[in-house]
Design a protein around this ligand. Structure first.
Ligand code: AMP
Length: 417
């Protein structure tokens, strides 16, 4: 199939209420992933889509799903059956997907429901009792509700697996397979993933049927409107460097990434002490707090948000001026995801990365992936001695402590993201 480069939404065979919603959202033209995926989805094909967040991938599955459901939307409200199921790894993503569906469906009678863990199950039960055409869910809560016979997946026609790579990273593989089996055998499956590691391909081949594939902007491509700069600095000086840059250089809405939730909490405390309006999101925060932090950031009540990669993945925050990589990620693609959040939609953004001696390898891998040499900023008060060796982490506690964790301590292992 040849793909017209300047396609219109009208060319995608979408009906009037959906086109009206698109116009109300001020979308002028479909994005590449939408151009490529929408026709196949309307054709009822199984599909593997490799696209990262920010490419318009949510609309790429939401619009055709609504179109497919629209023709039979006249079912009485009480009798609505779930005909599209979207499974998402995190609550934040699930919430965002539902917001999108609601906007696109605003001129139809199609109804969505959203269920996710970490909050009371009662309101979600009521929601399901009311009936919905489209269910957006995180895996654990969905299985819970199914076990209690509160959700019926017997009428699912389209099953979307969003952020499949993250889903597998978070250990949801068995849940996902279980959910797939709870749906009717004959259904359309759409798998979306930012990256395509072997285990995602394996999952796809075990549940999809003769899928078509769509790949847009490989994760190695960085938006042209993001200027990137790196600061070499010793690890213990990162906090001071961060404060220095916030005082003098970085302005506006800022998203700061740290690798662990402990790091996030530490930085949050320091920035608060220094008078900054800041909040954070990580895997150990209750859902309500994470939501509140995100809302405040989106509304502009605070201008700095600190996050771990997993908590922030896929979150659509508009108008970011800067992304700070306080810690460099060890997976180079993660760097691309992170900085892809700034410089969106024609705006200019900047990414600031702090690189300590033990992160030089990470930086080398990132530069290899994006095929770019990131500009080094040498003019700052906390430079790294070029000959500095990676710091060796001294073991704490008793010298007689066993090197390995006991089985029971492993069991108590908490999430680090
Ligand atoms: P996503 O990749 O689904 O997270 O979408 C990223 C952002 O792009 C969201 O804020 C969407 O509302 C927006 N978006 C999606 N499709 C389009 C489009 N065709 N034109 C303009 N913005 C869009």
């Amino acid at each position: 199939m040849t793909i017209p480069t300047r396609m219109n939404f009208k060319d995608l065979q979408l009906n009037k209420p959906i086109l009206r919603a698109i116009a109300a959202m001020d979308y002028e033209r479909p994005t590449l992933v939408q151009e490529k995926a929408i026709p196949s989805i309307l054709d009822k094909k199984d599909l593997i889509v490799s696209a990262q967040t920010g490419t318009g991938k949510t609309a790429a599955f939401a619009l055709p799903i609504l179109q497919l459901l629209f023709d039979r939307q006249d079912a009485p409200k009480k009798g609505k059956k779930i005909r599209a199921l979207i499974v998402s790894p995190t609550r934040e993503l699930a919430i965002q997907i539902e917001e999108n569906f609601k906007s696109y469906a605003q001129f139809t009678n199609l109804r969505t429901a959203l269920v996710f863990g970490g909050t009371s199950i009662e309101p979600q039960k009521e929601l399901l009792e009311k009936g919905a055409d489209i269910l957006i869910a995180t895996p654990g809560r969905l299985l819970d509700l199914h076990k209690q016979a509160l959700v019926n997946l017997d009428f699912v026609e389209t099953f979307v697996l969003d952020e499949a790579d993250l889903m597998l990273d978070m250990g949801f593989i068995d849940d996902v397979k279980k959910i797939e089996r709870l749906c009717p055998e004959k259904k359309q499956i759409l798998l979306f993933s930012a990256t395509m590691p072997h285990k995602v391909i394996e999952l796809a081949s075990s549940i999809l049927n003769a899928p078509e594939t769509v790949a847009v902007s490989p994760t190695s491509s960085v938006a042209k409107n993001v200027s990137q700069v790196v600061f070499y600095t010793p690890k213990p000086k990162k906090m001071e460097l961060c404060l220095h840059l916030l005082r003098n250089t970085i302005k506006g809405n800022i998203l700061i990434f740290r690798r662990t939730k402990f790091g996030v909490a530490k930085l949050e405390k320091t920035l608060k002490k220094n008078g900054y309006k800041v909040d954070s999101i990580h895997g150990d925060k209750p859902q309500s707090e994470r939501q509140l932090a995100l809302q405040k950031f989106k509304k502009g009540d605070l201008n700095i948000l600190i996050a771990t990669d997993v908590a922030a993945r896929g979150i659509d925050v508009k108008d970011l001026d800067a992304v700070v990589n306080f810690d460099l990620p060890n997976v180079p693609e993660t760097y691309v995801h992170r900085i892809g959040r700034t410089g969106r939609a024609g705006e200019l953004g900047t990414s600031y990365s702090f690189c300590s001696a033990d992160e030089k390898n990470y930086l080398a891998n990132i530069q290899k992936l994006i095929n770019t040499h990131i500009t080094v900023e040498e003019e700052h008060p906390y430079p790294l001695d070029p000959k500095a060796k990676p710091e060796v982490h001294k073991k704490q506690g008793s010298p007689h402590r066993k090197g390995r964790k006991s089985a029971s301590s492993k069991k108590n292992k908490k999430r680090w993201y």
